[in-house]
Write a protein that binds this ligand. Structure first.
Ligand SMILES: C[S@@+](CC[C@H](N)C(=O)[O-])C[C@H]1O[C@@H](n2cnc3c(N)ncnc32)[C@H](O)[C@@H]1O
Length: 225
């Protein structure tokens, strides 16, 4: 599949896939979108917790993992990060994207290690960041129930990949979360919101990142239904 590195409105790069007419991030700003949806409206909800267990659907360029590592370090919180990816990117394209230029030098080595690290193994990069990437399709992945505090759902959009947004994958994400756990996504499509609700999530419709009206945050109920 052909992949092109393109610049987005905030000066950060993303990948464009001509075959799918799809970007990895918003062309209104890749970095701003990741920071707004996943860090500000996801990870920062847990700022009082000593440890946060995160699952990312669609590890891709590793941007969300990088920003989570920086945030965990900033607030001295241990992040246990698991990202699943079916179609890994070559190191050459990661270097071309250049996300490490947006963070302090001290994180550059870990970001590179993240990409070079072996799949399906746990790695510790610092006192506050542990990491595992899983090379599999989300459809085939058997989740461990009630193990994660936070899900970053960062699949391609429903138009490009409808099957990933169907209720069976969303139900997996519900199962992997602990009671009170949080699911965040940039998507605010009606059907997705209805499916999340039907699974027992409590929904919050929040202001979207630049260029998008809304985004979705869904909380797994603490009560057994
Ligand atoms: C919108 S991109 C976002 C990537 C990443 N979060 C980032 O910031 O670069 C979606 C990612 O999901 C991956 N993906 C697509 N289908 C998948 C599947 N069935 N299972 C796991 N990952 C998948 C793609 O390869 C891509 O890396």
């Amino acid at each position: 599949m052909k992949r092109e590195v393109i610049e987005t409105a905030d000066g950060s790069n993303t990948i464009y896939i001509p075959e799918m007419s799809e970007n990895y991030h918003s062309y209104h700003g890749a970095l701003q979108e990741a920071q707004h949806v996943f860090i500000k409206n996801g990870l920062q909800l847990f700022k009082e917790k000593k440890e946060v267990h995160i699952f990312e659907m669609g590890f891709g360029t590793g941007l969300n993992a990088l920003l989570s590592m920086v945030e965990g370090n900033r607030v001295n919180q241990k992040i246990f990060y698991t990202g699943i990816e079916a179609f890994p990117l070559e190191m050459e394209i990661i270097q071309k994207i250049g996300y490490e230029s947006f963070v302090d030098n001290e994180f550059n080595k870990s970001f590179k290690e993240m990409h070079l690290s072996k799949w399906d193994q746990k790695h510790t990069f610092s006192d506050t960041f542990s990491f595992e990437k899983i090379h599999a399709k989300i459809q085939d992945y058997a989740v461990l129930e009630d193990t994660k505090d936070l899900v970053y759902f960062d699949a391609f959009g429903p138009r490009a990949q409808e099957e990933i947004w169907g209720i069976s994958i969303l139900e997996k994400m519900h199962r992997i979360l602990k009671p009170g756990g949080v699911f965040v996504t940039y998507c605010a499509k009606g059907q997705v919101k209805r499916d999340l609700k039907s699974l027992g999530f409590e929904l919050e419709i929040l202001e979207g990142p630049p260029g998008k009206r809304e985004m979705t945050r869904a909380i797994k109920s603490r009560h057994i239904s």
